[in-house]
Design a protein around this ligand. Structure first.
Ligand code: NAD
Ligand code: ZN
Ligand code: ZN
Length: 343
């Protein structure tokens, strides 16, 4: 089969031919129909240490497709069913996994469990292996090219926002820094699940245009003046929730500068920004967190939200052969919404 593979430091992803995978006992073979392209893949390309020794690696951690074959003993799904892949695989039995939060599996490291596309062979291929039916969720009527990004570009901001919903009361403000793949979903999830006013920040006017179209109340160019503008828009109080989907030092500093008293500052972007917190140097009771992906239960909620029509992915679809060029465009910040590879 054809697959998009990253060989290691200094190389860019290439389309290669590898043997078709076969499902072992308990595993499911998925005929991939869509695989979203995440900026985390760029982080891996620039710093392969993020995936440890798992090289060469078939990329793609936002997968959707049709069940093609079942390994020995698999029950609960049928060949021909359309499914999305829940990506942050865990052991399934520790306390966190038991409540659906496999993204925080306490045994994943010890058992060397790695997510597809970020250690295990991923979805940017004609076929992929899913290690357990637990990691498949029925698509149930959604378009597969849109359903794939919901598993990360949808799920990660959903998880980041859900924990702060209690602060997003009428009259509150949420700031979204970086309205790319994850950020443009965050704007919609905030609008769909709360009464908060949404201020979207990005360095690209084109991305801010999309943010306005999909529900941002205000948009601000992300520069040195941005924090002042957010303060102005919030009557000097600052925001109740600041989501940073970039994570570099300038945006993390900006996130802190936009935050109000008792706010949540949530850093989702994978980069090296740091936010100092201390009495007198940060607003009273500001809380900072850096969450990872989301729970299986939350993926089911995200899919339901999409089916209701309240959120939708702005998809740019490309065939598998165009994946290397599309990665270059993602790197160059030329994708508006989410690029999805359709093998
Ligand atoms: P993306 O490239 O689609 O979007 C990034 C956006 O940030 C772009 O719109 C870009 O214009 C904007 N941007 C860049 N510099 C900016 C600045 N200084 N100020 C404001 N906006 C700026 O990327 P994505 O796929 O949405 O991923 C976003 C980040 O989230 C990446 O760092 C990715 O690795 C990370 N991520 C984290 C998790 C997690 O679980 N924590 C999950 C998925 C992705
Ligand atoms: Zn991702
Ligand atoms: Zn576990």
């Amino acid at each position: 089969m054809k697959a998009v593979q990253f060989a290691g430091q200094g190389s860019m992803p290439e389309v290669v031919t590898v043997p078709d995978p076969e499902p072992g006992p308990g595993e499911v073979l998925l005929r991939v129909k869509a695989s979203g392209m995440c900026h985390s893949d760029i982080a891996v390309i620039e710093n392969p240490l993020l995936v440890g020794g798992s090289l060469p690696l078939i990329l793609g951690h936002e997968g959707a497709g049709t069940v093609a074959a079942l390994g020995h003993g698999v029950t609960g799904v049928e060949v021909g069913q359309d499914m999305v892949v829940y990506g942050p695989w865990g052991c399934g039995t520790c306390h966190n996994c038991s409540r659906g939060a496999e993204n925080y599996c306490t045994r994943a490291q010890e058992l060397a469990i790695k997510p597809p596309g970020l250690g295990a062979p991923g979805a940017m291929a004609e076929y992929m292996i899913v290690d357990d039916v637990r990691h498949l969720v029925p698509v149930d009527g959604l378009d597969l090219a849109e359903a794939a990004p919901l598993t990360d570009a949808g799920l990660t901001p959903y998880h980041a926002i859900k924990r702060s919903l209690g602060k997003l009361l009428p009259g509150s403000t949420a700031v979204v820094i970086g309205t790319g793949g994850l950020g443009h979903m965050a704007v919609q999830i905030l609008r769909a699940t709360s009464a908060t006013r949404v201020i979207a920040l990005d360095i690209s006017e084109e991305k801010l245009e999309l943010a306005r179209e999909i529900g941002a109340h205000e948009t601000v160019i992300s520069d040195e003046a941005a924090a002042g503008r957010v303060r102005e828009l919030t009557g000097g109080l600052g925001a109740d929730l600041v989501l940073d989907f970039v994570g570099i030092q300038p945006t993390v500093t900006l996130a802190g500068a936009c935050a109000g008293m008792c706010s949540d500052v949530t850093i989702v972007g994978v980069a090296d920004g740091r936010l100092p917190v201390g009495f007198g140097s940060s607003p009273f009771e500001m809380a900072v967190a850096a969450p990872y992906w989301g729970g299986r239960d939350e993926l089911i909620e995200v899919l339901a939200l999409a089916r209701s029509g309240a959120i939708g992915v702005h998809v740019e679809a490309h065939p598998l052969d165009e994946a290397p060029r599309t990665y270059q465009r993602l790197h160059d910040n030329e994708i508006v919404g989410r690029a999805v590879i359709v093998p």
